[in-house]
Ligand binder design. Structure first.
Ligand code: PLP
Length: 394
């Protein structure tokens, strides 16, 4: 039968990409299947396994037969623990019904954009950005409006955002600490962006995936902690990075009252709630002593510093980021300015897997993303494979 006899996929997908990071991963998997050794820096996961108490809590929940439908917004005990955490650690004045448990940050973000976006709406966001965000915005028929992070740096935030404001602007997407640059916005900057959102009558989607992975200096500041902001912000959190739970698909959002029914509907009809035993494991994670991460963070710091030194030695230009899991260096001249070509050259000639900066937006061009959250042997081997001098174009 010819293709005309089949309905096509929905037209909304025509403008939506499929994560290019996944495409890099697929090329790496093909090389591995052919028996090649690959130094893998393309990922974005904690380097250590999920802590044992969290796994044990899942087993206990299964033994208790906690295997039935739970309320679609989450198990009440877990929602209570989330409230306690966001009130004390994030200083967010969340009301009792605001937490909704979701299938990780990606799902929380998707449901948040679904809750707020109409076709033609515009969303302000800094660039470089985490790749899926522009696609999720376009999926809803809306338009991402990119604000170069460099222009918004220092005291330029309000001016850079204001210049791109239009009658169609509905939302700001905010991500600090930032993937891919590891930038952390300080309290004054978060306060400034919060004032901008409030004064311009916008909504805010705040992606706080890396809130706990800050290695030195001032800690994380949640925009919803500023006056009047919790009423206009969907704060999106995930357990993926803090608790090494990337595969569990576990996260939560805080949703203000005026958008809550819509968001609950989005969650009900997309997943009808997170798996019940997973929610009990999430409760255990949130109950862990706040200092449990200190050892892991020492490991992250060591890896970050080793890779920064190795990359500098190989001719890459970069500053040491304060947070998250990534380095985002400038590509040395010998490799050329085209990040896709440079990533291909490194993979083909040196078996080093990275993500080309262009997939994080036009402002990412000229850079490569390396994850430092890898085995220390990978850092040693990858740096040795880079050689003392920058590799030549393949
Ligand atoms: N937000 C940012 C900035 C991320 O980098 C990620 C994952 O890499 C997420 C959200 C979502 O993570 P998950 O869906 O695993 O919770």
């Amino acid at each position: 039968m010819s293709d005309e006899n089949f309905p096509g996929a929905a037209s909304r997908f025509a403008s939506v990409g499929f994560s290019e990071i996944v495409q890099v991963r697929n090329r790496v998997l093909a090389l591995l299947a052919q028996g090649h050794r690959v130094w893998r820096f393309e990922g974005g996961e904690p380097y250590m396994p999920t802590p044992d108490p969290i796994k044990a809590a899942m087993s206990r929940a299964l033994a208790r037969n906690e295997t039935r439908y739970a309320p679609s917004s989450g198990v009440p005990e877990l929602r209570k623990a989330i409230l306690a955490k966001v009130r004390s650690r994030n200083a967010i004045p969340a009301d009792d019904e605001s937490p909704i448990v979701v299938n990780g940050g990606m799902h929380g973000l998707f449901a948040a954009f679904a809750t707020l976006l109409d076709p033609q709406d515009e969303v302000l966001m800094l660039s470089p950005y985490w790749t899926p965000i522009v696609d999720v915005i376009r999926y809803h028929g809306a338009a991402p409006v990119l604000v170069p992070a460099e222009e918004a740096g220092g005291d330029g935030l309000t001016a850079a955002l204001g210049k791109r404001l239009s009658k169609k602007t509905k939302l700001l997407y905010w991500n600090s600490p930032t993937n891919p640059t590891g930038q952390v916005f300080d309290r004054a900057q978060v306060e400034e962006v919060s004032a901008f959102v409030r004064e311009n009558g916008l909504g805010l989607i705040s992606d706080e995936a890396y809130e706990d992975l800050i290695y030195e200096g001032e800690g994380h500041v949640s925009p919803a902690s500023f006056p009047g902001l919790s009423e206009r912000t969907i704060s999106v959190f995930t357990l993926s990075k803090t608790y090494s739970m990337t595969g569990w698909r576990a996260g939560y959002v805080l949703v203000p009252k005026r958008w809550r029914a819509a968001m609950q509907t989005a969650v009900l009809y997309s997943i009808n709630g997170v798996s019940t035993p997973t929610q009990w494991a999430m409760l255990e994670a949130l109950s862990m002593p706040p200092d449990f991460l200190e050892e892991a963070k020492a490991g992250y710091r060591r890896r970050r510093d080793a890779l920064v030194a190795g990359l500098r030695g190989a001719g890459f230009e970069l500053e040491t980021p304060r947070a998250a899991l990534y380095l985002f260096p400038k590509i040395p001249p010998a490799l050329g300015g085209d990040s896709a070509a440079a990533a291909t050259a490194l993979l083909d000639a040196r078996r080093i897997a990275t993500v080309p900066g262009i997939v994080f937006g036009p402002e990412g061009e000229g850079h490569l993303r390396f994850s430092f959250s890898v085995a220390e042997e990978t850092i040693e081997g990858g740096v040795a494979a880079l050689g003392a001098a920058a590799p030549a174009r393949a």
